[in-house]
Ligand binder design. Structure first.
Ligand code: PLP
Length: 362
């Protein structure tokens, strides 16, 4: 008897496991596992979402015109070169489906975002990694892995889960070193948290070249992860391809309304950025004070590196018993590490005291 079977390679994909959101037995639960904004969504975004509920029998605007206009105004981008998606995850998958398939290689850095290899495998393409230097993407190493089969390169900048980044000049050099037919996808999911003058989210690169796409999300600083909203900024040809491939109503009406309101609430975004500017260095310093190595993150999370997997696992379990949910990193090839999102002040203090207690340093 034969049964329907998926295309080759699909069953090799290990399903993505999202961050845990429950700590059984613990009193208060502190979710620091998914890099969601510490201060939650904007009140204005919540109000817009509630208002949108009244017309949920209507299809959303398939072009997301008002939202794209708002994004264009806020970030100084050309509206016609923006496509919105149900999270940037959807756009990652669509890009791979459009530009890579069996026999093609999709390149990313060793500890890059997990969706890149998952999307590549989903399209039947081959994920290829380039070694990092000090848990940071390395331009020469990436360029060294380019072959005749390379069709795309994904770079999260700053990267999740390491938090590290490459500066603007290195990003430009990476593009210069690529063949013009290789699509370079710069995933700037954490750009709004960054305030460094050597950082480039990629808008200028997109506008200057035919082979660069930038991805952004509303799931992190804007606090709309549940609504699934992201956007791509790219050359007209790539935008056209995404518009042909995406579902006609891929971004729901509540997400569109909340996204516009979130962009308007610049005071809230600024409060989130300032909060991170205080608590990321604090968390990093405290973790280092406990003897843990922490790569220099410029995003809204820190990677705490333990001696080995057993040490990370027992710290994870202890944090969990205190209601603090961190993220285990085995799927990223970093089993000795835990990723901890910058949360609210009391969550940060609770995390550090639980770790201090566990490590016998208090
Ligand atoms: C969180 C994250 C995303 C995904 O965001 P969604 O818009 O929620 O799909 C994309 N890239 C990186 C690097 C991320 O950390």
């Amino acid at each position: 008897m034969t049964t329907p079977s998926p295309r080759p390679g699909i069953l090799d994909i290990a399903p993505y496991v999202g961050g845990v959101h429950a700590a059984p037995g613990a009193g208060r639960v502190m979710v620091l596992s998914s890099n969601e904004g510490a201060l939650g969504p904007s009140q204005k975004a919540m109000a817009a979402c509630r208002k949108a509920a009244g017309t949920m029998h209507r299809y959303p605007d398939g072009a997301a015109q008002d939202l794209r206009n708002a994004i264009g105004n806020r970030f100084g981008c050309e509206t016609s070169r923006i496509v919105c998606g149900a999270g940037s995850d959807e756009l990652i998958a669509l890009l791979v489906r459009a530009y890579a398939g069996p026999g093609d290689e999709v390149l990313y850095s060793r500890h890059g975002f997990l969706m890149y290899p998952l999307a590549a495998m989903g399209a039947g393409a081959t994920p290829v990694t380039a070694p990092e230097v000090d848990l940071t993407a390395d331009v020469d190493s990436l360029l060294g892995q380019v072959t005749a089969h390379t069709r795309m390169l994904f770079l999260a900048n700053p990267n999740n889960p390491t938090g590290t980044y490459i500066p603007a000049d290195a990003l430009a050099r990476l593009r210069e070193g690529l063949r013009e037919d290789v699509l370079m996808v710069v995933d700037s999911a954490y750009a709004e948290f960054v305030s460094r003058n050597d950082y480039d989210a990629g808008i200028g690169l997109v506008e200057a070249h035919d082979n660069v796409v930038m991805l952004r999300t509303f799931s992190k600083i804007f606090g709309l992860a549940a609504l699934r909203l992201g956007w791509a900024y790219g050359p007209p040809e790539v935008i056209d391809v995404l518009n042909r491939l995406r579902g006609p109503f891929n971004v729901n009406a509540a997400a569109q309304a909340a996204g516009i309101a979130a962009l308007e609430d610049t005071a809230h975004t600024e409060a989130c950025r300032k909060h991170n500017e205080i608590w990321l260095p604090w968390l990093t310093g405290e973790l280092e004070g406990l003897g843990l190595a922490v790569p220099r993150s410029i995003a809204n999370f820190a990677l705490a590196r333990f001696a080995d997997k057993a040490a990370a696992d027992s710290a994870y379990a202890h944090l969990m018993s205190r209601g603090v949910i961190a993220r285990r990193m085995g799927a990223y090839g970093l089993p000795e590490s835990l990723r901890i999102t910058v949360g609210q002040e009391d969550e940060m203090r609770a995390t550090v005291s639980a770790l201090a207690e566990h490590l016998g340093a208090s």
